[in-house]
Design a protein around this ligand. Structure first.
Ligand code: THU
Length: 136
């Protein structure tokens, strides 16, 4: 279980990563902060593409950055997203593709924080967000 202090640090990081989002098509800016077992935080933002389908979500950006640097043990991710530069107005739950990527690298008790701001957030486990997920 995450401590409140860890949750707050992940929310701060996810919110601040929204400024790096490359989202000229949707203007929906998402930030992610991924906590490893070793206590490192890997960051991510969404990166869109004019051909649309190559777009990478913030969560996958963070996971791929971490895995590409040798990290494969993860405790939690925080996701914050919303329109434009203003504060998010609602939760931004991970898309199905990102949930499947999390299943590849994360345990069922991996924690997913959906944050609107430092006061308004919800914490789920991967198992709750992906019941009966496909794994080999
Ligand atoms: N997006 C994310 O980065 N993460 C999510 O969890 C949902 C959607 C991005 C993809 C696209 O750039 C924009 O948000 C609108 O779908």
């Amino acid at each position: 279980m995450l401590r409140e202090r860890e949750i707050q640090a992940l929310i701060d990081t996810a919110l601040s990563q929204r400024k790096f989002a490359y989202a000229p098509y949707s203007d929906f800016r998402v930030g992610a902060a991924l906590l490893t077992d070793s206590g490192e935080i890997y960051t991510g933002c969404n990166i869109e593409n004019s051909a649309y389908s190559p777009t990478n979500c913030a969560e996958r950006t963070a996971v791929f950055k971490a895995v590409s640097e040798g990290e494969r043990a993860f405790r939690a991710i925080c996701i914050a997203g919303g329109q434009g530069e203003k504060e998010p107005s609602d939760f931004c739950p991970p898309c199905g593709v990102c949930r499947q990527v999390m299943l590849e690298f994360c345990r069922p008790d991996f924690e997913i924080i959906l944050a609107v701001n430092n006061e308004r957030y919800e914490v789920y486990t991967l198992d709750e967000l992906v019941p009966k997920g496909f794994r080999l």
